[in-house]
Design a protein around this ligand. Sequence first.
Ligand SMILES: *[C@@H]1O[C@H](CO)[C@@H](O)[C@H](O)[C@H]1NC(C)=O
Ligand SMILES: *[C@@H]1O[C@H](CO)[C@@H](O)[C@H](O)[C@H]1NC(C)=O
Ligand SMILES: *[C@@H]1O[C@H](CO)[C@@H](O)[C@H](O)[C@H]1NC(C)=O
Ligand SMILES: *[C@@H]1O[C@H](CO)[C@@H](O)[C@H](O)[C@H]1NC(C)=O
Length: 341
Amino acid sequence: MITTRPRTGAVLLAAIALSLTGCDSSLDVPHLALTKSFTRALQDCMEYLQVPGYRYVEYASNNYPDDPETKCLLRCVGLNLRWWNDTTGIQSAVMERFFHPDEADAEFENRTAQCLEQDPANSTDLSDCCGLAYRSFRCYLQYYGNLIPCALFYPEDDSRYVQAAQDCIEYLQIPEKLLKSYAAGSFPDAPETRCLLRCFFLRTGVFHTETGFDVDRLYTRDYEHPDERYLSEETQAKLDKLRGALGDQCTEVYLAYRDVLGKLGRSYLEYDVLQAAARLALGVVVQQEPSTTTTACPEISEFNYKELNCQKCGQMFLAPTGRLSCPKCMKNSSSFSKYFF
Ligand SMILES: *[C@@H]1O[C@H](CO)[C@@H](O)[C@H](O)[C@H]1NC(C)=O
Ligand SMILES: *[C@@H]1O[C@H](CO)[C@@H](O)[C@H](O)[C@H]1NC(C)=O
Ligand SMILES: *[C@@H]1O[C@H](CO)[C@@H](O)[C@H](O)[C@H]1NC(C)=O
Ligand SMILES: *[C@@H]1O[C@H](CO)[C@@H](O)[C@H](O)[C@H]1NC(C)=O
């Protein structure tokens, strides 16, 4: 009952947005994070694998018969949502999120684990990935809980993290000098580095400006090294202590990363990602800009990108290469706090 009010509110807001703008606001996805429901993934895969539409009725009533078509459909759903990997099998840190355990059931985890551990060699050929994925799914469906109908956050593959980092490098106009450091695997503590990390966490959907780090999402994101410490009260307490205490969010994120989160899960994943992104960014600069376009915009060593973009670079022009550059760039020292807005 408690949940009906906010939901009604959200639906109402969505309806208002739709009637005012003619747009479906549910399609207006923030940042670059992936969210999808189990049902949506199932429908995707029915399209990819050309499973006839009439079969959806069975699946929608949680009836997943033991036939080759259904088995491979579930493998596809698992790959789609990243709870399945043909080499390493079921990814429980992702899969668990799609099921809601019965509150009265104290043994859902043990019984699911038991089901998964049952010797698969007997019933299923180990080279039959569809069969194995299907079997694992059935264990969760039978023993873990009810499928959650909502769209949920699920992990990206690393190439998308690199893309998100590269996007942030562009948005924040990270100076080449720093990119060279990152590319060499060194991450100097500069305001740019702090804000780049903040942008990266925002863009990948694991940090929100209003509510801070989303540790549930971080846990899911690092599904290959599930780390319960993400979910501990101690971690939350440390994050809460940093939250808002510093006045600027770039520094908050940086310290949270350096002192609390960086070592968890896939430890210091971000540095590897930033290194790869910086290399790509530098490579693009070298390849695409052999001549003149950047000369108008000298290296920005003192940067304040709000002012930079709003005032000095208000007259950005589009170079023939398609790259935006600034006719004039401001060089002025600004106090640390001025970097943030
Ligand atoms: C499956 O896991 C292996 C080993 O960790 C990894 O190399 C591979 O990229 C994964 N495949 C997918 C599709 O994620
Ligand atoms: C689940 O299994 C673990 C170890 O196998 C055991 O210690 C624990 O008591 C079990 N929990 C329940 C609720 O049976
Ligand atoms: C396992 O497989 C063997 C041979 O395929 C069969 O004889 C046996 O009954 C099976 N055991 C179970 C528990 O299904
Ligand atoms: C540089 O900063 C100083 C003090 O912050 C300010 O007085 C001055 O106007 C600034 N110069 C430019 C070009 O913005």
